[in-house]
Write a new protein. Sequence first.
Length: 386
Amino acid sequence: MAKIRNRIETRLVHAGEPHPLINGAVSMPIFQSSTFGITQQTNYHDLKYIRLNNTPNHAALHEKLASLESGETAIVTASGMASISTTLLALLSSGDHILAQECLYGGTHDLITKDLPDLGISYDFVDGYDKSSWKDKLKENTKVIYVETITNPLLQVADLKSIIEFAKNNGLISVIDNTFASPINFRPLEWGFDISIHSCTKYLNGHSDIVAGAVIGGFDLIEKITHKLNHLGGCLDPHACFLLHRGIKTLAVRMKYQNESALKVANYLENHQMIEQVNYPGLESHPGHGFAHELLDGFGGMLSFKITGDAETADRFIKNTILPIEAPSLGGVETLITRPATTSHAGMSVSDRQRLGISDRLIRVSIGIEATEDIIEDFYNALKAL
Ligand code: PLP
């Protein structure tokens, strides 16, 4: 595989591609073979077998993903949650403690608060904006600090540079879920994070047709995570590898368009009298705008907003829209709309949701690649009809 060190748009297309091309195939062929004829391997993890994540489809993707975020290497997994759970299980053991940013993706929140304690791993949450409060939560057995680049569903962008510094000063492994930003808008390892995780289900694949995850980092940590993954079995099938590989090639054109479109929609909503608050890191009114402006190359395609009224008004607004599909998930070419209290964050207690500011009338939108004017027109009509 050729090492490509061009700009990211070029690396999306060319990094990790087989060299020379396999029988001249321009598109990476699918190696749908569970096992491969024995060669020279001496180590269990090097046996060529789909569960061991080392088919040609895996190898090409690993190199492409590592190249995008300047990692030494990468591993793809069966879902974003497989990446998150496997990483945390590889880095933490019974008796350890993790610090995590409050207001994470609901699945991650539940893993940390419900599953890790069953294994003897304790946790504390930290406010990503308030660095003075972190030291108090630190324990002798704290091993990992876990954050998201842009949080779900409030789109917070924490003081990430201070998180890195805090991790380094206290010997913690820093892990960041970079799903919402994608490598186009943020490359965590270049700023000093140890591990970057993606739900590739979202922007990296971009077409709402697979679930997949990825972990990017240094050789030692990724080897440890890979060995854990090989035992837990959360491998990505070669056909899904192929779809992800194909999706990644168009990430730059999709993401840049979605960055622009979401900013326009956020501006439109912020000036509408029926919208109480818009959460979008590209807006100057957003509490994380300063950090976002310094760290990110774009503010992403996700936004959320609080509508005036109640949960029922929010549901009526969603029903009034024609263009977005009412569905959880995000990062695809179709605009999706959802009310997090009933979907992504339904597993969280009402009191936790209230404490974190996830209102019942909060609506989350994943902006697709449709014409921005059509989305704005649809929202205008849906608000007018309330
Ligand atoms: N991380 C974030 C920020 C997410 O929004 C999600 C899913 O919505 C996940 C991780 C989990 O990804 P997956 O559904 O691919 O397991």
